[in-house]
Design a protein around this ligand. Structure first.
Ligand SMILES: C[S@@+](CC[C@H](N)C(=O)[O-])C[C@H]1O[C@@H](n2cnc3c(N)ncnc32)[C@H](O)[C@@H]1O
Length: 242
């Protein structure tokens, strides 16, 4: 099993710069967390137990724990370094979190919670899996959930054809160069930015799928009410109910 996506997030340079880089490369992540929180807040049952896959520095988890004060969480990540960042971000909120270090492709072994989560969440993590791994992982997510529980994923997708994908990638690069405003040598111009992104994606084993494939996998796993809640070019929030 290829673990490059975990190893990449154990490198101190990547971990230390992670949150600042996310704001530069993925400013939509604030909106995406808002959407996940809003879906849970509008649901009949407020979440008491959530599982966060690929919790990273705890960005999404913090939002959940603040909005739902009686909610506890199981936070999983393959990188102990990222988990340490999450613990420091969460401070006293970490008292409501069980941290588990391990590969979420082996969810059964990692999460000894079956049928008891109100929601399984993930932010920018499942695009590290290939289609088969993602299908198997989503099937395991379903078994962690109570009937009626939500699977919600904020993540990346590729466009439906090569023409659209090139367009979206040019929009992505343009956005990063604009936001960097010449203050970051990695993003000085379009060419440097493209080279940096290509290398990052190769190292981290990024393999986002088409949205239709992700939605189809959820249907195939037996989830109900499979839906897209939000989309902006290559970033999406989708979900479904067990
Ligand atoms: C891009 S970060 C996302 C972090 C956070 N959820 C966020 O929204 O900012 C991806 C995280 O997934 C973790 N990860 C990647 N592949 C993994 C795997 N197979 N098992 C467990 N964690 C994994 C990485 O260690 C990293 O912390």
């Amino acid at each position: 099993m290829d673990s490059s996506s975990i190893q990449a997030y154990s490198a101190s340079a990547r971990v230390g710069a992670y949150d600042a880089d996310m704001d530069l490369m993925h400013p939509n992540r604030h909106k995406m967390a808002d959407v996940i929180v809003a879906v849970l807040a509008a649901s009949e049952r407020q979440p008491e137990v959530v599982v966060d896959l690929g919790t990273g520095t705890g960005f999404l988890l913090e939002r959940i724990l603040r909005r739902f004060p009686s909610c506890r969480a199981i936070a999983m990540d393959g990188s102990g370094e990222m988990i340490a960042m999450a613990q420091s971000r969460l401070g006293s909120l970490a008292g409501r979190v069980e941290f588990r270090i391990g590969d979420f492709r082996e969810l059964g072994a990692l999460a000894a919670v079956v049928n008891c989560a109100d929601a399984v969440l993930s932010g920018y993590a499942l695009h590290h899996l290939n289609l088969q791994e993602k299908a198997r992982t989503l099937g395991q997510c379903r078994t962690l959930l109570k009937p009626g529980g939500w699977f919600l994923n904020a993540d990346l997708v590729i466009a439906d054809d090569d023409f659209l994908e090139s367009l979206v990638q040019r929009m992505r690069v343009e956005g990063i160069v604009d936001r960097a405003q010449g203050g970051d040598p990695r993003f000085g111009d379009r060419e440097e930015t493209r080279r940096f992104l290509d290398e990052l994606e190769r190292k981290e084993c990024d393999q986002p799928q088409r949205l239709a494939e992700d939605l189809r996998i959820m249907q195939a796993c037996g989830f109900r009410h499979v839906t897209l809640f939000w989309k902006d070019t290559r970033e999406v929030v989708y979900g479904a109910i067990r």
